[in-house]
Design a protein around this ligand. Structure first.
Ligand code: ADP
Ligand code: MG
Length: 866
């Protein structure tokens, strides 16, 4: 071909429009940022009334209207130009910036990412104007449009200019939505004297209230509007103290050099009596100079101190840190949520001292409604909310060292989920991502590596001492530790809260009455259906998994697909429509037959597999030349080849030693090398020391802990199939859920029911009052309550529809599983051993028991010996 006139390597500027499109996606990353930017603009414009209208959770339309200043005609052009702002002119202004925005990026980015229309009317204008923009931010239509003073920015089809992101966005919309609500809550709480109202409309359904505040001048009332009066009752105001000597020492601060009055902290936090905190970090809001942000270290210290006084819960937190604006840098990331702070240690020391005192002293017994009288004279100036009136404008900033908080959060949640839930992602699009996830070590492995006590347990595992269950206590702490990790890893309150707690205002807020669920009933219907299908798949458990494997093994080679057709030739004429029910039936049957896949299982499996593939194969119906002989040869060759492959790799496959330090490596190796179907192929050599099974696969010998493996299997079965018995309450109990949490609950009722929670739903009641608890799970020695519901909602808002269990149910199952499993010291016959090993092939993570004990290790490869 003709060589291009430009040498390929020449360095040239990217064409301007393209740069814009490339970079805009970094300014507006999510539904949350889009809404946040628009709300910030309205607040910056001095609005006292902000209405946010979403259609289909924001995928169709995001519209933010305000009664702010409006835009003057001469500024129309500049509105959407990159780095055009009315808020600062040069760098020095940045230091004292008091507006949320100052980078002039939001509107221009939103233009690049969606179809933007702006309606605005400045107070000097006689009539409003409607402006339509193209993706480069140029005005394409401009027409008079009557409206009151203020501005409405309307975004249609956010992200549609970035096709991959757009798909992801739609796929993850519920998560995005939950995060957006979380973000919005922060602005609702901090914006005094501003009425913020957000609604969502799904399809042609009724609008439902997402969040609504009444424009109160007090932080406290804003909190009440978002989270309800009940929440307020559990809070105490933050009382600031100068750092104590002990704390100064801890932080290496010299009390003599400490800046005076640098920080002024106000806000509210949960009292530390048990039961008054929350089971997750879902309601933690931090502000620096009224700017919502994620100051990682602040978040950490607050939670740490709280844990000292209430070990098992997390506080509700609203904290505003006022600081001189010269000591902060807000311009760290485009979303301005990471903030750098001078003298941060000093801040941490103040927080620690003050919180210790608040929780340690009687302050804790006072509630928000009471006035703090006299703890110490010098406290007075920073007393409760009433004194908290709009403070002299403060500055802003905090710091967050870890910009990848989001990634960590996702990892942490994934880990949390893995350990709490059934490990069965059932959405099809989930399946592939799950495979990737499996490459990571399981949560428990990490735990093993990091917790001394469990490591110790492990040391003894492969010895006789491991006989009993030495882990009752370590067990109890496991889930809690996960939660902590979640918090640590997440680095900040905002990060770690994935829960979508859209508070809707208290029932009095008339706007909420009559609004219905955020997701209309039609959608609910299909989501239940979907769910049922998922359940169905779930029941099929590993049966389905092995099926998938087979499909892959065979399916990758098209010829083999045809073979299956052929073996099933008579039935080939059946219509595809009849296939799926059959497959389903098969799936559940397959599950019931549990382990005996050895002989009988194989044939039907292949058959049904072919049915599964049929639809595709049928499309290319071509008369086929067929020879049984050729086919048999091919299959033989394939098998040989596979064998060769495994043989050649054999001696390198397992390298980890059997030692606690090598646990992670060992488990990674096993996970990589042993697929589910391989367990059934293992040959049982015998029992060792009445505690271990020695098994052989090809030339590898494995040792399997009979108790640990049985325990894990029993545990997984309990997790998946136990329907907890509920006990009816005498009086239905109100749950005080926020609007979004209520919706999460209603959408996942089945999962709650399986966990023994039942509710009455009154669709006509005001949002936040629709759900009443009527039944709680019961079990000897275990009591459950609303906190377990909160925890489930937290998990479900991240992975809607995926079966999960509250951590305490999980603990209960772990102890039940332990009790019913084969003990060390019990002699087993070959069948019993075979059963245990086959079971390993039927669960997701057979590599350690619920208490973290390893179940299986590679001993030696016989190839290496001979
Ligand atoms: P920034 O907020 O960083 O200045 P934006 O792109 O968000 O940048 O907005 C650009 C400009 O448009 C703002 O500086 C402001 O003058 C004007 N503007 C945006 N939204 C509104 C609004 N709701 N009311 C009045 N003016 C607005
Ligand atoms: Mg802005």
């Amino acid at each position: 071909s003709v060589p291009s006139p430009q040498p390929a390597g020449a360095i040239r500027p990217i064409e301007r429009a393209s740069v814009h499109r490339i970079c805009s996606g970094q300014v507006v990353l999510s539904l949350g940022t889009a809404v946040k930017e628009l709300v910030e603009n309205s607040l910056d414009a001095g609005a006292t009334n902000i209405d946010i209208k979403l259609k289909d959770h924001g995928t169709e339309l995001i519209e933010v209207s305000d009664n702010g200043s409006g835009v003057e005609e001469e500024n129309f052009e500049g509105l959407t130009l990159k780095h055009y702002t009315s808020k600062i002119q040069d760098f020095s202004d940045l230091i004292h910036v008091e507006t949320f925005g100052f980078r002039g990026e939001a509107l221009s980015s939103l233009c690049a990412l969606s179809d933007v229309t702006i309606f605005t009317c400045h107070k000097s204008a006689k009539v409003g104007t409607r402006l339509v923009f193209d993706h480069s931010g140029k005005i394409t239509q401009k027409a008079p449009f009557p409206r009151q003073q203020g501005t409405t920015v309307s975004l249609q089809q956010l992200f549609y200019t970035l096709p991959v992101r757009h798909k992801e966005f739609q796929r993850n919309i519920k998560k995005e939505y939950a995060k957006m609500v979380q973000l919005l809550q922060a602005y609702c709480i901090v914006s005094k004297g501003v009425r913020i109202n957000c609604t969502n409309q799904v399809g042609q359904g009724k609008k439902s209230c997402v969040i609504s505040t009444a424009g109160s001048p007090s932080l406290r009332e804003n909190i009440g509007a978002v989270f309800g009066q009940k929440q307020l009752q559990s809070l105490i105001p933050f009382v600031q103290l100068p750092p104590s000597e002990a704390v100064c020492e801890e932080y290496g601060l010299n009390p003599a050099n400490m800046p005076q009055n640098l920080y002024s902290i106000t806000g509210f936090i949960s009292r530390c009596d048990h039961g008054l905190g929350r089971s997750t970090t879902d309601r933690q809001f931090f502000f620096i100079n009224q700017r919502p942000c994620e100051p990682a270290k602040v978040v950490k210290i607050v939670n740490e101190v709280y844990h000292l006084h209430n070990k098992h819960q997390y506080p509700f937190v609203v904290l505003n840190i006022g600081v001189d604006s010269e000591c902060v840098d807000i311009n760290v990331t485009p979303d301005k949520r990471q903030i750098l702070l001078q003298e941060e240690k000093f801040l941490l020391a103040i927080l620690k001292t003050s919180l210790m005192e608040m929780f340690g002293s009687d302050v804790n017994k006072l509630n928000v409604n009471q006035r703090l009288l006299d703890i110490a004279g010098n406290l007075k100036k920073t007393l409760p909310e009433e004194t908290e009136k709009p403070q002299a404008e403060m500055l802003s900033d905090s710091e967050t060292e870890n910009p990848s908080g989001e990634g960590k959060r996702i990892m942490a949640l994934a880990r949390l989920r893995k350990s709490f839930s059934l490990h069965q992602a059932t959405e099809s699009n989930f399946q592939s991502s799950k495979k990737v996830k499996q490459q990571h070590s399981s949560p428990r492995q990490r735990l093993l590596d990091t917790t001394g006590s469990t490591v110790k347990i492990q040391k003894t595992v492969l010895t006789k001492e491991a006989e009993s269950c030495p882990k009752l206590d370590s067990k109890v702490s496991v889930p809690r530790r996960h939660l902590r990790k979640l918090e640590d890893a997440a680095d900040s309150g905002f990060c770690s809260i994935s829960e979508s707690d859209a508070g809707c205002s208290t029932p009095e807020a008339g706007s909420c009455i009559n609004s219905e669920s955020a997701f209309n009933s039609e959608e609910e219907l299909c989501s239940t259906e979907e769910q049922m299908e998922k359940e169905c798949l779930k029941t099929s458990g590993c049966g389905k998994k092995s099926l998938d494997c087979d499909v892959q093994a065979l399916g990758t080679e098209p010829k083999l697909g045809q073979v299956s057709d052929w073996t099933d030739q008579n039935k080939c004429s059946q219509e595809a429509s009849s296939c799926s029910p059959r497959v389903k039936r098969f799936k559940s049957r397959n599950f019931k037959s549990e382990a005996d896949d050895s002989k009988a299982g194989k044939y039907p499996e292949v058959k049904n597999t072919s049915v599964d593939v049929l639809v595709e194969v049928k499309k290319k119906t071509v008369p086929l030349e067929f020879s049984m002989k050729v086919l048999a040869e091919r299959v033989k060759k394939l098998i040989q080849q596979q064998q060769k492959n495994t043989e050649t790799e054999n001696y390198r496959r397992f390298k980890a030693k059997i030692s606690p330090g090598d646990n992670k490596v060992a488990e990674d190796e096993l996970r990589k090398e042993i697929s589910k179907d391989m367990f059934a192929k293992m040959e049982i050599i015998g029992q060792f020391n009445l505690g271990f099974i020695i098994a052989k696969l090809n030339s590898d010998l494995f040792i399997i802990d009979q108790h640990a493996t049985d325990e894990k299997y029993n545990f997984e079965m309990l997790q998946q199939h136990t329907v907890l018995q509920g006990q009816k309450l005498i009086v239905p109990q109100n749950l005080n859920l926020t609007a979004v949490n209520e919706t999460v609950l209603i959408e996942n009722l089945e999962i709650f029911r399986k966990n023994g929670f039942d509710f009455v739903i009154n669709e006509n009641a005001p949002v936040t009052q629709r759900v009443k608890l009527v039944s709680l799970p019961t079990s000897k020695n275990w009591t459950f309550g609303p906190q377990d519901i909160d925890e489930l909602i937290f998990m479900l808002s991240d992975c809607p529809g995926v079966m999960c269990r509250p951590s305490r149910v999980r603990q209960m199952f772990a102890s039940r599983a332990c009790r019913k499993s084969v003990m060390i010291g019990t002699a087993l016959n070959v069948q019993e051993m075979r059963k245990l090993i086959t079971h390993m092939g039927e669960i997701e993570h057979p590599w350690n028991c619920p208490h973290g004990r390893p179940t299986m290790r590679h001993i030696v490869s016989l190839d290496l010996i001979s």
